[in-house]
Design a binder for this molecule. Structure first.
Ligand code: SF4
Length: 62
């Protein structure tokens, strides 16, 4: 909990959470393909969310 003081913005909190999710391996965060995760578009620290690949937006394919 002590590290929460180093997080100053919501984006920083997201990046920190993603680093925790990927065992602090930055390349794993970059390559994350969990498109349904609410943090996915912000995982690289951008204020504007990264667009998901079009064919991966939904789980259901017809
Ligand atoms: S976007 Fe990926 S790395 Fe970040 S929390 Fe979600 S699953 Fe984990």
């Amino acid at each position: 909990m002590g590290s929460i003081r180093k997080v100053k913005t919501p984006i920083q909190a997201i990046v920190k959470k993603c680093m925790e999710c990927c065992c602090s391996v930055k390349e794993e965060v970059r390559q994350c393909d969990m498109y349904d995760c609410a943090l996915w578009g912000f995982r690289l620290g951008d204020e504007v969310p990264i667009e998901k690949p079009k064919e991966k937006k939904t789980k259901h394919k017809k």
